[in-house]
Design a protein around this ligand. Sequence first.
Ligand code: AKG
Ligand code: FE2
Length: 433
Amino acid sequence: MLSRLLFFKPPKAKASCIRNYAHGLNLGLHASSQLRPRHLVPQFRRTLTSITSNNILKPPPAGLQSKARPPTTVSWRRRSATASTRPLYASRAFASRGQPPFPPSIRTADLTTIDLLLLQADDQAEMRKLHHAASTQGFLYLKHHDIDPSFLFDLASGLFSLPVSEKMKYDMGRSGHYFGYKPRGSQYIDANGTPDKQEYFNLSKDEILGEAKGAKDQPHALRSQWDNLETFTRQSHETALTLLGALSAGLKIDPSLLLSRHQLERPSGDHTRVTWTPPGIDDNAITFGGHTDFGSITLLFNQLGGLQIINPEDEEWMYVEPRPECAIVNFGDSIVKLLGGRVHSGMHRVVRAPGDQSRLPRVSVAYFMRPNGDVQLKSIMPDDRSSTQAKAMTADEWILHRAVHRNTMNYKGRDSFILSKGTEHRDLEENNS
Ligand SMILES: O=C(O)CCC(=O)C(=O)O
Ligand SMILES: [Fe+2]
């Protein structure tokens, strides 16, 4: 791996040098599956640290700094590789799990498929396609990623079959704290306060990377997978950064505007979520009500159907068919606010899995990328500057706001429902942002 890194030229300009070096770092990481930045020779690590600390990346605040890890977060491109030169995609292993097929007769959303390899190769047409998908449906399929969520699907049954009293030791509660366990029924799904039907664990990026103070303990099923969780977190974040970089190109803005607001090493609400819905749900039941995601980019991994989005043409709900070789990507409220409404945060919900799939427990895995916690959620677009001087909620405040108001125990009628909504209800939202 070192010989690969030495091919890279010494730094020229700040931004490009960071990309080249971090790019090289990533190439090394992926070429040699289990190598991580902490395995780099100290000399190279020092070089990277001094480059990145040169006013482009702010170091994390004291107390949150990782001793072993250089900040590598500005990269968004890796050197392109063709499908034939790349190792077996993790998603292929994820594909063969023998679940009943998604029923072919069901109406599904016709989402654009974006090729991550083409984005990494700076393919202009693919970047335009990404921009178009982001600004219309706000949902897309992403192929040729190398994120492997299969270990989380494997551990889900053991994790969620723990006694409720055991899982409740990790309860996230009702205060808006958003990491830990969410029991079934603790969020409501509609204006009447109907409880949801799924449980999940949210695992903080900062805790997984060892950078959060006071990190919570975790059940053994998760704790024993910490290395895999770290790899999953890093790869998901890196993939989301690639999307942000390519989207910036589509929007013709300086990529650092978005990249500097989504740094891996900065404290943020990013997390991995493993969701479990038991079989035996009533036909037509909604297990997770219509919502938009709070953050910037969600990478979702599904084996079973059940996810639905609203068709912008006729406003009807349509299934999103799981494609095991693809992640489902959607854009959330935070990036809508940062880009002054130039992308769409798609409304979605989850219903019982269709057909024979409904006989299985439904597991889904997601990585939620959010802005750094202290980022103000207002437009960063150069054209919007004059209208965005007022102070806005920070990314952390926005999570708190939405999470508190979704909690069943905080439900006080329609007003609570209105307060729980995101950017899909712009008229409502203007009153609470
Ligand atoms: O389970 C799914 O397919 C989607 C879950 C979801 O929308 C969420 O957790 O925000
Ligand atoms: Fe969602």
